[in-house]
Each structure stands twice: as structure tokens, then as C-alpha cells.
Design a protein around this ligand. Structure first.
Ligand code: SF4
Length: 363
């Protein structure tokens, strides 16, 4: 069930952004080292500027785990990221999300009940001991635990191919949750043929497949997707190439296979940032990822021309629920000893999820 965000008083919602940021900075000073604010690359600029550390979801969860002085870790990101931080930190540290309804719609496309039902159905047509589950880090702690308890691993967008290769070496097939596209792009990069990749469609018996198709499959893909990255396609890439013949196109692998194969490069948010940073002055880029990150790269690299691959693409609307107003409201509460919006993962779930996270770190 989606947690409900307590009402944020009007004095925060009506306050000017500049004043909100100034008040956040004052609270940070007051709370000192007991507070650590983590900011995901997709956050709006005013929130991003307030973060002590910035990065992608896994980098930030690791930084949370290494934070020894901070008692309060405020994750300016979405729900699964705060859960991962809670799993990786010790009991002395408490993790908070500035807005409880900031979830990841893609992560919500695979609930643990749906996955358990699919697994049971699969057991009716093949040996599930030979199926290795893999989940993208963008998934609930409960899914990570389900995967961890069955010998599987978490992966990120930067190590998905390596984790898929590991899974295929351990079993006859793998079941990938929840992002169809990261799974397909990684499987195709490993040379898996189209007829060995099947889509598991939620709500359909055997995911819409025949027992024969399952028997032939090496890779089963849950049919989740990221609405933001689904806005990019190969046609847009063709149009940019016509307009700007020297353009380099880089795209996130949550995008569809057609777009990823038409791009010059694909990679995680950290890989996209590094590619732009390491390019020569005067380079021209079209980037297929969330608009806040692309706008920030444009501001940071005035010597390069940077376009958003789909100019009308919107921001991640759930990430956008974290605003200077919700961040300040949370910090004001923490300063008064009110531990609102704390994200905790039940110990039995955290244990299974940690198995899957640790397995990824070993791979
Ligand atoms: S950008 Fe996509 S994958 Fe990332 S948090 Fe938003 S909906 Fe989820």
C-alpha cells in the first residue's frame, strides 16, 4: 500500500523558493554532522543544490552505508532508494524521504505477490531451481528479498550485463524484474537470440506464453517500464542526425531496444555524465534521459551543445514530489525531534534483500 504523506502546512507551500533554500541551509548548519542529505541526479535543481552528496541510487545508498557520523540520512530520491539505504545502514542511522508518495512507478509495476504468483506458475512448467531471479535496483525491498532468498542478485544499469551473464552461468534461464527494457538491452548485448527472450505479461496465464516458449527461453522479462525513458525512440535519433550531422547520441538503457541500438552509446546516469564530461569542447550531444539531469549537464558544460533527445519529455513526476518545501518541512520536524517520514525495512525483508545486494557486489 502506498504510504500517505502528511499534509505539508501552507506556510511551506506558499514560501518563495529562495527563502526555502536559505531556511534549509540554516537548518543544515544547526543539525550539523548528524544530518546527511543525499540527492539523486534527477532531482530538481533547488533540491539538488541542498544535497551533501549526489549520485545515482546505488552510489548514494553506499554513501549512506559509509556515513558514520550522520544519525539522520535524508534521501532526496524515491522510495526504493531510501529502502536500499536503510538496508545498507546500521541501526544507529535513520533514513527519511521528504515526500512519502515519491515512489518509482516502474518499481511499483512488480509487487511481491504478483512475482510470487508468476514464480508458482513457472514451477508448473519448468524446474524453478534452474531459474535464477535478477532484479533491477529499482524495485521494492520485498522483491529484492524474494530474489535474494532464491539465489538471485540485484543489478544496476551499469552492471546489468555482468549480472545477467552470471545468472545464465548458474541456471538454465533467468527471470528479470521489473524493467523489460533494461533486461532486453542487456540480454541482446550478451548475444541472446530474440526467440530465447520472452516477455512475461502481468495478469495473463504463464505471462501470455506457451509452455513450449518458456522451455526455449533463456531470459524471461517482466513487463515493467519507465515512462520517462519510454519517450525516446529511434525516429528522434534519426531526426537529430539529419539536423546535426556531428551529433553524438547517448541514451539510458531503460529505453527501448530500437532507440538504444540507434544511439552511439548507452549507459547509466553516471556513464552519461562521464561521457559528456570527457568529450571535447564543441561536442554536440543528444541525451536520452531525465530532463533535470540533461538541463544540469547543459548548464555545467557551456562549451558543449546539449539537447534533450525528445525535447518535450517531462521530468520524473514522482521524484518531483521532493521539493524545497517538503525538504524544509522534514528538516524542521527533525530539528524538533519529530522523526516523520522515516523509511524502515522489516528485518526479515532486509535480510533477504541484503543477500541479493551483497551478491551483486561480489559479482
Ligand atoms: S525516472 Fe523512471 S525509473 Fe527513475 S524513478 Fe522515475 S519512473 Fe522510476
Amino acid at each position: 500500500m502506498q504510504p500517505i504523506q502528511p499534509a505539508i502546512p501552507g506556510e511551506y507551500l506558499q514560501e518563495d523558493e529562495k527563502n526555502l533554500v536559505a531556511r534549509i541551509q540554516a537548518r543544515k548548519k544547526e543539525l550539523g554532522r548528524q544530518l546527511l542529505i543525499l540527492g539523486h541526479h534527477y532531482q530538481q535543481e533547488a533540491v539538488f543544490q541542498c544535497a551533501d552528496m549526489v549520485g545515482d541510487s546505488l552510489k548514494l545508498a553506499r554513501q549512506a552505508a559509509e556515513a558514520r557520523e550522520a544519525r539522520y540520512i535524508v534521501f532526496c530520491g524515491v522510495h526504493f532508494m531510501a529502502e536500499s539505504a536503510d538496508i545498507l545502514t546500521d541501526a544507529e542511522r535513520a533514513v527519511f524521504l521528504p515526500h512519502l508518495e515519491a515512489g518509482c512507478p516502474m518499481a511499483d509495476m512488480a509487487t511481491v505477490d504478483e512475482v510470487a504468483t508468476a514464480w508458482q506458475e513457472l514451477a508448473g512448467v519448468c524446474d524453478v531451481e534452474q531459474v535464477v531471479p535478477v532484479t533491477y535496483v529499482n524495485s521494492s525491498a520485498a522483491i529484492k528479498a524474494f530474489v535474494g532468498e532464491r539465489g538471485g542478485s540485484v543489478c544496476t544499469s551499469s552492471n546489468a550485463e555482468r549480472v545477467l551473464a552470471w545468472a545464465l552461468a548458474r541456471g538454465e534461464r533467468l527471470f528479470f524484474f521489473p524493467d523489460e527494457h533494461l533486461g532486453r538491452n542487456s540480454a541482446k548485448a550478451l548475444g541472446i537470440k530474440d526467440d530465447e527472450i520472452v516477455l512475461w505479461q502481468r495478469g495473463r496465464p504463464l505471462g501470455g506464453n506457451s509452455p513450449g516458449q518458456i522451455a526455449k527461453a533463456k531470459v524471461l522479462l517482466w513487463d515493467g517500464y519507465c515512462e520517462i525513458h519510454m519517450e525516446f525512440d529511434a525516429e528522434q535519433i534519426g531526426q537529430w542526425r539529419q539536423r546535426e550531422p556531428d551529433i553524438q547520441v547517448i541514451i539510458h538503457p531503460e529505453s527501448n531496444y530500437g532507440a538504444v541500438s540507434a544511439a552511439d552509446q548507452y549507459g547509466s546516469t553516471e556513464a552519461i555524465i562521464a561521457a559528456v564530461q570527457n568529450s571535447k569542447p564543441g561536442s554536440v550531444w543528444a541525451i536520452g534521459t531525465e530532463v533535470n539531469l540533461v538541463n544540469r549537464l547543459r548548464d555545467q558544460h557551456p562549451d558543449k551543445t546539449i539537447h534533450l533527445l525528445a525535447p518535450t519529455s517531462c521530468c520524473c513526476t514522482t521524484m518531483a514530489l521532493v521539493t524545497p518545501a517538503s525538504l524544509l518541512w522534514l528538516l524542521d520536524n527533525l530539528a524538533q525531534g519529530n522523526l516523520v517520514n522515516r523509511i524502515t525495512v522489516a528485518p526479515e525483508i532486509a535480510k533477504g534483500a541484503k543477500l541479493a545486494l551483497d551478491r551483486m557486489l561480489e559479482i
